[in-house]
Write a protein that binds this ligand. Structure first.
Ligand SMILES: Cc1cc2nc3c(=O)[nH]c(=O)nc-3n(C[C@H](O)[C@H](O)[C@H](O)COP(=O)(O)OP(=O)(O)OC[C@H]3O[C@@H](n4cnc5c(N)ncnc54)[C@H](O)[C@@H]3O)c2cc1C
Length: 302
């Protein structure tokens, strides 16, 4: 059976020369109370063409009476084409930046000045968007948290997301790939013996089982610490790097054990191979997390 993501929901968008603008057919929802009541779809708008990490972003939100005026470009924004609101990070104080100068705002995507400029089809089957904000006026009531708290909110949300999407999900994929490797190894006979009788195959199964076991326990520990309210920043870096690289190796081995069949779209392996490849880049590239982790470890070492 295929393990495809559901197709994107139908979107109501209208074309323009530079891109597409969200339709104004949805009901207006510009106050905090209406945000809570309506079943809204949101997208997370952090990344920019010229800036990662967050601290270097260029999108500005300038206060003007009871509103903020937003200008900037966000790139690779998942689900923007079907979202009602963007959970947007913007610089409100260029001097402070990560230290109290970044603010999170809920931006109604049907506001004048919002442009869905283009889509970026990706190898994983999804197509995130590039969003342009040109003098978009957002009520100050749409600030999420308080002004200047955006960076710490983003750190918290990204950390928790890493545990789920870049920790638990790779563990699940690796577990299923290992099951498939074992099942196929027992069933497939080459040169008069099942593959599972060969040491080369047994080593791939053993390595995969060991790595999976270790990473699964890391994910559980990290999730448990989050539930206890602990700061898991460094542990979440470790989980993300270890889980995504472990699952990449396990899926790769599963494809190898399946031979030519492993490359076929009949099986989910090639699909997982592409999905898992992306997780070493998204939510912070593994090199960046290793770099940050190393700095934190050295700083904390006595
Ligand atoms: C399919 C998809 C969906 C996405 N969805 C969203 C979304 O919904 N919302 C959102 O805000 N963002 C989203 N993103 C953006 C994503 O989070 C970024 O692409 C990712 O964090 C990497 O940033 P970048 O592309 O700017 O790479 P860059 O920062 O340009 O880095 C490129 C490469 O350089 C290396 N590198 C960079 N810095 C260092 C360093 N300090 N030391 C060593 N090596 C380094 C790494 O190998 C890295 O892969 C999405 C991306 C993709 C591909």
């Amino acid at each position: 059976m295929r393990h495809r993501l559901p197709p994107p929901r139908a979107t109501a968008i209208s074309a323009s020369s530079r891109g597409v603008r969200p339709s104004a057919s949805r009901p207006a929802a510009s106050t905090r109370s209406s945000i809570k009541r309506l079943p809204l779809v949101t997208c997370r708008s952090r990344s920019e063409p010229s800036a990662w990490p967050l601290a270097n972003m260029r999108t500005r939100a300038v206060q003007d009476g009871g509103s903020f005026i937003i200008n900037g470009t966000k790139r690779f924004i998942t689900a923007a084409g079907r979202a009602d609101y963007a959970q947007l990070m913007a610089v409100t104080d260029p001097e402070k930046r990560a230290r109290g100068g970044i603010t999170c705002l809920a931006v109604d995507l049907k506001s004048p000045g919002v442009l869905l400029e283009r889509q970026w089809p990706a190898m994983m089957g999804e197509a995130p968007w590039q969003l342009v904000f040109e003098n978009v006026r957002v009520p100050a009531a749409n600030v999420i948290g308080v002004v200047g708290a955006g960076f710490s909110l983003a750190q918290k949300w990204i950390g928790e997301g890493r545990i789920r999407g870049h920790g638990a999900r790779p563990v699940g994929i690796a577990r299923r790939a290992l099951d498939m490797m074992i099942d196929y190894g027992k069933a497939r006979v080459t040169f008069g013996r099942p593959l599972a009788d060969r040491q080369a195959i047994q080593f791939m199964i053993a390595d995969s089982a060991m790595e999976l076991h270790g990473v699964r326990n890391m994910v559980y520990e990290c999730a448990w610490r989050v539930d206890r309210g602990e700061d898991v920043r460094d542990l979440s870096y470790m989980v993300k790097v270890m889980a995504t690289e472990m699952a990449s190796r396990v899926v790769d081995r599963a494809i190898q054990v399946h031979g030519g069949l492993g490359l076929m779209k009949e099986l989910p392996l090639e699909w997982w191979y592409r999905q898992i490849r992306s997780t070493r880049i998204t939510e912070g590239a593994n090199e960046v997390l290793r770099w940050r982790l190393g700095q934190n470890i050295i700083r904390a070492h006595r």
